[in-house]
Write a protein that binds this ligand. Structure first.
Ligand SMILES: NC(=O)c1ccc[n+]([C@@H]2O[C@H](COP(=O)([O-])OP(=O)(O)OC[C@H]3O[C@@H](n4cnc5c(N)ncnc54)[C@H](O)[C@@H]3O)[C@@H](O)[C@H]2O)c1
Length: 249
């Protein structure tokens, strides 16, 4: 029996990259999973991969509060409740702060931080009705590093860490655990658009395990945080970075 047998999960930005790997890992552990994404092509691809009713593609823009509410409520009604929320959607954009177009900043904040707030607002009543649950927010090791051109992105991820602790305290009495995952650099479509081939090599060399984490590495950690294996863990940010953040000069 899978570690998430009978559970239901709503994963944002799960059309591709890390979100998709998390959704598929949850399905493999017995969960029924909504993959919420704005990219219809990726949703169609996921449906065509044939996971039956276990994988539910939903067109959903996390920046749109009403849309998030409608999709979370609709999925919870169909699936008979909600146990797990993963706030994963992101818009990557790296540039010196002085050059940032305000519309791109707004869009990154709307997706990366407000999207998590809207999804938490929508999911919390369902998690409470279930007598508990698990929320996983996607942070990044970038929060504790000085990465060139990543001020907006890392500001969002710093806020995600703070939100994780705040919500862990607020929702703990309802048996809802709130944790974050902080991956190192994972080759995904989004990250590959902002990291050069040389940048990937440097990151690999800096990791004490001399490798990059994969989306599946992150997904296995997500299964742990979503499952009862982590039933006494809340308010933490777990790194999956092959030791990149512990290297010295
Ligand atoms: N890849 C990395 O190196 C890395 C490292 C640390 C943290 N992370 C975090 O992991 C998460 C996933 O990253 P990724 O690398 O898989 O990203 P990605 O860009 O490859 O995938 C992001 C997904 O989010 C979707 N999305 C974008 N805007 C959306 C919206 N408004 N509503 C719903 N979905 C939307 C995209 O269509 C895409 O499918 C992010 O939170 C990211 O910050 C990634």
């Amino acid at each position: 029996m899978g570690r998430l047998q009978g559970k239901t999960a709503f994963v944002t930005g799960a059309g591709g990259g890390i979100g998709r790997a998390i959704a598929l890992a949850f399905v493999a552990e017995g969960a029924r999973v909504a993959i919420a994404d704005v990219n219809q092509g990726l949703l169609d691809e996921a449906k065509a991969a044939g996971h039956g009713d276990a994988l539910v593609p939903l067109h959903c823009d996390v920046a749109n509060r009403a849309d998030v509410r409608a999709k979370v409520d609709g999925f919870a009604a169909d699936a008979g409740g909600l146990d797990i929320l993963v706030n994963n959607a992101v818009r990557f954009h790296y540039a010196p702060l002085v050059d940032f177009d305000p519309e791109i900043v707004d869009s990154m904040l709307d997706i990366g931080i407000k999207g998590a707030l809207w999804a938490l607002q929508a999911a919390t009543p369902h998690l409470k009705a279930r007598g508990g649950g698990s929320v996983i927010n996607m942070s990044s090791i970038a929060v504790e590093m000085a990465i060139g051109n990543a001020s907006v992105y890392t500001s969002i991820k710093g806020a995600i860490d703070a939100l994780t602790r705040q919500q862990a305290a607020e929702l703990g009495p309802h048996n809802i655990r709130v944790n974050a995952l902080a991956p190192g650099s994972v080759p995904t479509p989004g990250a590959s658009a902002v990291i050069t081939p040389e940048g990937w090599k440097t990151r690999e060399g800096k990791s004490v395990l001399r490798r990059l984490p994969s989306a599946d590495d992150v997904a296995r950690a997500a299964v742990f945080l979503a499952s009862d294996d982590s039933s006494c863990i809340t308010g933490v940010t777990l790194k999956i970075d092959a030791g990149m953040t512990i290297t010295g000069p």
